[in-house]
Structure formats: C-alpha cells, structure tokens
Design a protein around this ligand. Structure first.
Ligand code: IPE
Ligand code: IPE
Ligand code: MG
Length: 254
C-alpha cells in the first residue's frame, strides 16, 4: 500500500479515482487583502501545483480543475479576462517541467473558439509533451461549459448518424461518454468546491451524476494540502449507494 495513504489513514479503495475541483474565491481573497482581482488570480494559480502533485502522489487517477467557465469568458470584463489569459499562458509554460516530473498526462477540456491562439498553443504543447506519460490524468477546464460539452457531443453524434451510418439505436450512455471532452477519464468520485458556494456552475454535469460533493469556505488561494486531506478523509467516510439499498460504509464501489 502507498505509504502516503497509510500515513493519512486512508485505505486505497477509499481514494477517489477522479477529483474534480471548482477553484472559486480568487476575487474574494484579493478583496480581503485589499488587492486587485488579478493578484487573486495569480495567487490562485500558485495554489494549483501542490494540490495536483499531492493527488498524484497519493495515487488519484485523474484530477480536473475548473479554471475558466464559458460564462466567465463571456461575462467578465475584458481586462480581467485578458489578465487571466496572460496568467494561463505563463503558468502553462512554467509548470510544463512539473507535469513531466510528476508523470502527468495533460489535456484541455473546453471549447477552443474564443481562446487566444497563444494560450491554445501552450495547451497543445503540454498535451503533446505529456502524451506518453503513464501517471495521473490532469484536465484543465478553460472556456469550459458542461452544457456546451453535451451540445458538442450531440452534434458530433448527429453528424455520425447522418454521414457514417451510425444507427440511432446505437446511441447509448457509453457512446455519449465517448464524445465528451473527458472521454477516457474515470468519472469524478469527489467534487470539491472552494469559497463556500453550494452550486455546480456548469461543471461536468453529466460526469458528476454520483460524485460526492464537498464544499469548503476556504478560498482557492488558501487551499492547501491539509484542506485536501480533510476532503479526502471526509470522502472516505461517505456511504455511496448508487441507487442501491445501503451497503457497508465508505469508499468507491467498483
Ligand atoms: C475563481 O475565482 C476563478 C475564476 C472564475 C476565473 P473568482 O474570480 O470567481 O472569485 P470570486 O468568486 O469573485 O471570489
Ligand atoms: C465557477 O466559478 C467557475 C470557476 C471557478 C472557474 P464562478 O465564480 O464563475 O461561479 P458563479 O458565477 O459564482 O456561479
Ligand atoms: Mg467566483
């Protein structure tokens, strides 16, 4: 058994396969410090790597990070969006070596349209550079919206029905999943949201059907490994039924 898990008192079967995180609260963090929202976003970016590295160390198979929603892109002021794009570009370059050192497989989830070419180029470069890694999968959600993802999947499937002989009767849950941006990732067992809001904000709506939701008041720039451990320990105590009659407490049902 993984020593780190043992130290935490977590049996391996109680570890989520996929942890999805809504990284919220950068603005409130900045406001509380009397700083600009951009400073909050920069601090938020710095909080990411230790969490990702710890998940990989513990043996989590996949992490997805909600960094920018489609609605953020459309509805936030141009200067905030511009500053965020600059940070993503910088961060994607500066963390590239860490992706390799941690044996992570990187992917972007979200729509490419509307994203600056410079950010897309770095996303592609990270995806390409980490393609043959064998460790944890890391999905960065940028210009991501779950309704848009499902719409794109439906559109692709409809096209296949029209042009490649796909029978409508062949459309089942597995086929739909294969057309989502997250194809090939296990579905999230644990959804963490920071900064206290009790909502999903258009993140992974299909995929989180049976995810356990864990909300903390901690603002994303203050989220550290200790808070992550609390979430994981709490998750391990949850009893998941998946619609069945209740069984023994804890852990992932496989
Ligand atoms: C999350 O922090 C990051 C993005 C949505 C880009 P916010 O910017 O939403 O922070 P709050 O909610 O205003 O505190
Ligand atoms: C969700 O946070 C998106 C990200 C954290 C990237 P928001 O701050 O956009 O969510 P709402 O608008 O408060 O629901
Ligand atoms: Mg917010």
């Amino acid at each position: 058994m993984n020593d780190s898990l043992q130290q935490l008192g977590l049996p391996p079967e109680a570890l989520p396969r996929h942890v999805a995180i809504v990284m919220d609260g950068n603005g409130r963090w900045a406001q509380a410090q009397g700083k600009s929202r951009t400073v909050g976003h920069a601090r938020g970016a710095e909080a990411v790597l230790p969490i990702v590295a710890e998940c990989a160390r513990l043996g989590v198979q996949a992490v997805s990070l909600y960094a920018l929603s489609t609605e953020n892109l459309l509805r936030r002021p141009d200067d905030e969006v511009g500053a965020l794009m600059g940070l993503y570009e910088q961060y994607l370059v500066s963390e590239r070596q860490q992706l390799l050192d941690n044996n992570l497989r990187f992917r972007h989830i979200g729509r490419r349209e509307g994203m600056p070419q410079a950010v897309l180029a770095e996303l592609d470069r990270n995806t390409e550079t980490t393609r043959d890694n064998t460790g944890m999968q890391l999905a960065l959600a940028l210009n991501y919206g779950s309704r848009q993802e499902i719409t794109d999947a439906v559109r692709n499937i409809a096209n296949q029905v029209k042009t490649s002989n796909l029978s409508p009767d062949a459309v089942d849950e597995q086929l739909i999943e294969n057309h989502l941006y997250t194809a090939g990732m296990p579905e999230p067992d644990l959804l963490i949201r920071t900064a206290g809001e009790q909502r999903i904000s258009n993140f992974l709506l299909w995929q989180i059907s049976y995810a356990e939701i864990w909300v903390t008041d901690t603002l994303w720039p203050d989220f550290d490994v200790a808070v992550l451990h609390r979430a994981l320990l709490d998750f391990a105590r949850r009893r998941r039924n998946f619609g069945a009659a209740p069984t023994a407490p804890g852990g992932v049902v496989t």
